[in-house]
Design a protein around this ligand. Sequence first.
Ligand code: GAP
Length: 530
Amino acid sequence: MPATTLDQLVSLAKRRGFIFPSSEIYGGLQGVFDYGPLGVELKNNIIASWWRTNVYEREDMEGLDAAILMNPLVWKYSGHEETFVDPMVDCRNCKLRWRADQIAGKCPNCGSTDLTEARPFNMMFKTQVGPVADPSSFAYLRPETAQGIFVNFANVLATTNRKLPFGIAQVGKGFRNEINPRNHLFRVREFDMLEIEYFVMPGTDEEWHERWLEDRLRWWQSIGISRERLQVYEQKPDELAHYAKRTFDLLYYYPTLGFQEIEGIANRTDYDLGSHSRDQASLGLTARPNPNSQSTARLTYFDTATNRHVVPFVIEPSMGVGRCFLAVLAEAYDEQMVKAPPADKLAAVADALAAFLKSVSKNEKVGAEARDALIERGQAIADGLPEALPQVETLLAMPGADQIELGKKLRGQTQPVADEFFRTVLRFKPQIAPIKTAVFPLKRNHEGLVSLAKNIRRSLQASGRMRAVYDDTGAIGRLYRRQDEIGTPFCLTVDFQSLEDQTVTVRDRDTMAQKRVSVGELKQYLEDRT
Ligand code: GAP
């Protein structure tokens, strides 16, 4: 059963060390998250796949890593100082601040309709550069990495001798002071961006825009995102960013959220290179950027065919790692019933769930909103038994559940059934799985088994191609389940036969089939499949 709610993903991500709230021991910081030990592996694998596809496997791309801090003039001439704003309203009753376009005239916290007029709020974070805090010492944390590419256009061109069309790829942090960060990694204030600025001859931009759309759809599928859960949405004229002539949004169907933007692919025309150029009047720009009196450069390309300088148009595929990370988790998540639980155990779970929900409905300490959410989710689980049984864990992690005494009993009834008859599997594409293989000795107190298992792990990881882990902290069945839950595609078990014939059992995450592979062939076997 795939994930039906975002909470299932959030709960697994926390429980297994993919994602933690930032500075949690001090109460966290809203809209900021940390990637844990498994999260950083998954994130790095996503980035590596993106870089391999968009830089190494193409003939027409360069890479760049520009600084986060830039001269503030970049943001003046890019248009961000003026236009990187969201409409904001304050609730006069509870004093909370909201994005006007997201709340339909009513405060989501207290329900009041006594709201201020919408005012523009600039989302760029400001910081101070150097020891003196005066108006000239401020800088912005970049809200997109793209500008680092535009202002380096002439540098890259001069040092690589590229001909049009060519592109520059960059991965790095972006910062946005979102008014309402929400939905876990979906809308945050600090995030990793993967951006491509692809420079083309004016007039060929529309064709390249369509080609990039197809290329990007192919990449999403290559990392395991199904085409049916992706939609292409063309922005309407009044939705376009200040720099865009046409934009395709790729939307992904997230649990709970439905279709939401996961990537934007914009035709930015000659707006950006033009806006950072001096002598704009002589450049024949189609875009109308703010006049620039402070740039020292003309960001043009000399076209030898026509013997003239042109300002290239830009096609920009731009995505955030966090939204990709959530989509990859959603796509991979599966709660699988391995064997049907016996009727008496199922009935005991159903009874405990019913008693829990009854207690929720009567409990005055749980706020109305949390109570409704618990009852709605609990009822959906009750209706979806037996397949939905593992979701009880997510139910018990919801706000207010810890106030219900019967929660302990429900967990006590459910946990053993979930452990014995179900498994949660993250069916990641092996290429992006955080851990490629886990090695277990059949017995943890047998020196020969332990030492062979540890040696295998060490040599696999030493190849530099894969993250391999060793575990001997449970029975083999339990260890398999643990690795299934974090998406490890292959588990290796070292048993007594291994000591005789130097083979190990390789167990496949998806089929659960096992086969013996000789220790000497393991590295190749795994590299071919991950
Ligand atoms: N340079 C173009 C640009 O920044 P954008 O549509 O504002 O365009 C690009 O952002 C992508 O960055 C989005 O498609 C989304 O994946 C991600 N993104 C934007 N704001 C985000 C936020 N607050 N939290 C997480 N991801 C975000």
